[in-house]
Design a protein around this ligand. Structure first.
Ligand code: NAD
Length: 374
């Protein structure tokens, strides 16, 4: 069991420089009975995965959630610098917000918080964080539910919201294992659209899979981080919706890039061509909002293409989502042929194999195509 840290303790919590732990930040994986009365698990929220998206989502959750007020906000990420960044960012929050508590394992988060949001890279990390037999969320819930534990209840009533984009089957399997082992635990797959900007502005769209009751229960948490919550059906349905949307988006972006390149080779200027397409039947989000050709939407809008395709939705994430969508198709009988999507998946896989492109906005497929002439 990881060592705990209490206010006044001489023990500096591992990984986090002591100067960064202000009055409201503590490190603890284990709370004593007395501590739990001061900071009850029922009104504590946990957040695991403080990366590009998670950092912003967690910040909104900590500062906007208020029904009921959060007793403590328990964070975990296996990268110490992500944890430190979050702590530094919120060091000056005044009273009225929950204490920020760090846990060294996901199990530590589960022991301390009855609502847990996870935002991780993909399937392998979600399996690790939820099901690792010694450090996972399930382990923490088992400890908390054990009759010999110092905690009060015998079952860990817990709401887990996973916003990772991952494999549909893996998500459903993790949710059912959690439910089977811990009857009081409920899990929602709630992948998002809106990117880092939407995460920062708290305007994400959540596509949710689980029971309707769990979806209802999750509303106050989701409202602190997003604007639109769509119930898609049973466990895995949120991911099915997310992956099919992104598959369509990739195909539309690829087609827009091809059209913008061909039109310019035929002598049209990028902005004129965009104006024509956006007043005609070829119009789509990729032509109108995130046009892949530099200058196409200027001066009205700037796009990642106008910044050297920096920022936006990374090509490596789009390649991952295409892989997941096609894997979901393969796992099912009687799925229609997906010729366009399959080909676009291969092209994105080739693109991200080149490190110069992998982290750029996925509209960089335009530049990649322009370098691959027939
Ligand atoms: P990221 O790589 O920036 O963040 C992931 C975080 O998880 C990192 O801080 C990492 O240290 C942490 N992590 C990884 N493994 C861990 C483990 N075993 N235990 C604890 N922490 C661990 O990724 P991101 O851009 O924030 O994306 C997160 C998810 O959201 C992905 O599934 C992605 O596809 C999806 N998404 C991203 C965007 C976007 O624009 N970035 C948009 C929509 C959806």
């Amino acid at each position: 069991m990881a060592s705990g840290w209490r206010k006044g303790s001489s023990c500096t919590p591992p990984n986090v420089p002591s100067m960064q732990l202000g009055r409201r930040q503590r490190r603890s994986d284990y709370s004593s009975h007395a501590d739990q009365h001061r900071r009850p698990r029922e009104s504590a929220i946990g957040f695991i995965g403080l990366g590009a998206m998670g950092q912003e989502m967690a910040s909104n959750l900590l500062t906007k959630f208020n029904s009921p007020p959060i007793s403590s906000f328990v964070i975990h990420d296996h990268s110490p610098s992500s944890v430190s960044r979050f702590i530094e960012r919120h060091a000056s929050l005044g009273p009225g917000f929950g204490d920020v508590v760090t846990a060294t394992t996901p199990a530590g988060v589960a022991r301390l918080a009855s609502t847990i949001v996870t935002m991780l890279p993909s399937s392998a990390e979600v399996e690790e964080v939820y099901l690792n037999p010694t450090s996972g969320i399930l382990r923490g819930l088992q400890d908390h539910s054990s009759p010999s534990a110092s905690s009060v209840g015998t079952t860990a009533t817990t709401l887990c919201i996973d916003s990772t984009t991952l494999d549909v089957t893996c998500a459903s399997s993790v949710a059912s294992q959690l439910k089977k082992e811990i009857p009081g635990a409920e899990m929602l797959d709630a992948p998002v659209s809106g990117g880092v900007v939407g995460a920062r502005e708290g305007s994400l769209t959540f596509m949710c899979g689980g029971t309707e009751a769990t979806f209802g229960q999750a509303q106050p948490v989701l409202r602190a981080m997003g604007k639109k919550m769509i119930y898609c059906g049973p466990s895995g349905s949120g991911l099915a919706a997310k992956l099919t949307n992104n598959m369509l988006l990739a195909v539309c972006m690829m087609a827009t890039a091809e059209a913008m390149l061909l039109g310019q080779r035929l002598g049209l200027k990028a902005d004129l061509l965009a104006q024509v397409i956006n007043s005609s039947t070829g119009r789509c989000w990729s032509s109108e909002i995130n046009n892949p050709a530099p200058g196409a939407l200027l001066p009205t809008k700037t796009t990642p293409a106008d910044r050297g395709w920096e920022g936006g939705f990374a090509s490596r994430l789009m390649a991952k989502d295409l892989g997941l969508a096609l894997a979901a198709a393969e796992a099912h009988d009687e799925v229609p042929l997906l010729p366009l999507s399959s080909h676009v998946k291969e092209l994105f896989a080739a693109l991200v194999a080149d490190k110069a492109f992998a982290n750029k906005d996925f509209s960089v497929i335009y530049q990649w195509l322009s370098q691959h002439k027939k």
